[in-house]
Write a protein that binds this ligand. Structure first.
Ligand SMILES: NC(=O)c1ccc[n+]([C@@H]2O[C@H](COP(=O)([O-])OP(=O)(O)OC[C@H]3O[C@@H](n4cnc5c(N)ncnc54)[C@H](OP(=O)(O)O)[C@@H]3O)[C@@H](O)[C@H]2O)c1
Length: 348
């Protein structure tokens, strides 16, 4: 088959293009950069340029795969490619949904209103922008020639956010030899927080196979939801593939962490993947039953975490600056343990 990947230079798009090549397909990637997999044809183009995409004249594709975020990129692409491609696979997101609170919600859940503008910069417009992208794909290709994959949190080797490798690498750090960096692991007390990572390799594999099979429809494509402590257990088990012993944990109340400026979810000073707001507990607990029925298979979480950890030198910084710096984490653990050893005297 002939695949046109709009993208292909970043994490998921690159993996999709590589998977399609591995499965014997012809692949063309269109992007501004050049870091596409070996064997892919590259068309360098800026989709912000309102002129027609500089694709080879007369070329047709069996499937277009698009990872865009900007509605204008998708609106132009579907207009130009409607008659030049058999099918359109669009990588969307669970952020399209109006509510993130309902655990187990399926694809019929209410969506956010679509962004009218062609482009956005405010991160709050990401969900509405993806809704607009989905609408453009469905309007041009119809439900029979399109596949919309609403990806859940993507993880695995190469995660540019550090969310996947933080916990296994942190558990593995005990043997680093210095008591500060290898001390106890500070974790949030979040026993009911659902977490679900879909391995980038599993998602890419399914998208390519679904394109081959002509699968059409709208699908949530997420990993298997597990409570946060089970995610930490898998991270600890994954760490054992990296080092022989793993660090113990120190559990901190969410309010205590927030009061000390520890961030949630991602980025510097964070405990990655932690979410304290219960109204977001459904985000990583959507039903992906329809995608599973349509052939999506996922590897064990421990394998994803292990491979993500092994993709880095043990002492290299976390991607995206994710996590707590060792000295900061050490100070927090000392403060917490000291308070526990000498609780404030009860009022007389
Ligand atoms: N990370 C997650 O947990 C998560 C969760 C749910 C859904 N998603 C979705 O998963 C996808 C991730 O895709 P990804 O990792 O391949 O990509 P990405 O980081 O979103 O990068 C976008 C791709 O589009 C290209 N691009 C961006 N602007 C362009 C322009 N003006 N002209 C031409 N090409 C342009 C980029 O290439 P150049 O920069 O080289 O041009 C790049 O290849 C996205 O659709 C995202 O919304 C992610």
């Amino acid at each position: 088959m002939r695949f046109l990947v709009l993208g292909g230079t970043a994490w998921l798009g690159h993996r999709i293009a590589a998977t399609a090549l591995e499965r014997g397909h012809d692949v063309t990637c269109l992007a501004r950069g050049s870091a596409v997999p070996d064997g892919a044809e590259l068309v360098v183009a800026d989709r912000d340029d309102p002129r027609e995409l500089p694709l080879p004249a007369g070329a047709h594709w069996d499937v277009v795969v698009d990872v865009a975020r900007q509605p204008g990129h998708v609106r132009r692409a579907v207009r130009e490619l409607r008659s030049r491609s058999g099918r359109y696979v669009f990588v969307s997101t669970g952020n399209v949904y109006a509510s993130q609170s309902d655990e187990g919600a399926d694809e019929t859940a209410k969506l956010l209103p679509a962004l009218v503008a062609d482009s956005f910069t405010d991160p709050d417009h990401y969900g509405p922008a993806k809704v607009a992208c989905e609408s453009a794909v469905l309007a041009a290709f119809g439900s029979g020639r399109s596949l919309i994959a609403r990806a859940g949190l993507i993880g695995g080797p190469g995660d540019p956010t550090g969310r996947t490798d933080y916990w296994p690498r942190r558990f593995a750090r005990e043997t680093a030899g210095d008591s500060i960096s290898g001390g106890p692991v500070l974790v949030p007390d979040a026993p009911d927080l659902p977490t679900a990572l879909i391995d980038v390799r599993d998602l890419a594999d399914w998208l390519v196979r679904a394109a081959e099979a002509g699968t059409a429809g709208v699908f949530n494509a997420g990993g298997t939801p597990v409570p946060f402590p089970a995610h930490l257990d898998a991270a600890r088990a994954a760490a054992r593939a990296v080092t022989r012993s793993t660090a113990p944990t120190v559990v901190a109340a969410e309010r205590w962490l927030l009061d000390r400026g520890v961030s949630e979810w991602a980025g510097p000073r964070s405990l990655p993947l932690w979410v304290s707001d219960r109204s977001w507990y459904g985000m990583n607990a959507r039903s992906s039953a329809a995608a599973r029925a349509a052939g999506l298979t996922v590897r064990p979480l421990e394998d994803t975490l292990r491979d993500a950890a092994l993709a880095h030198e043990s002492d290299s910084p976390f991607p995206g600056g994710a996590g707590l710096a060792p000295a900061h984490e050490h100070d927090l653990v000392v403060e917490l343990e000291t308070a526990r050893e000498s609780p404030p005297a009860a009022p007389q």
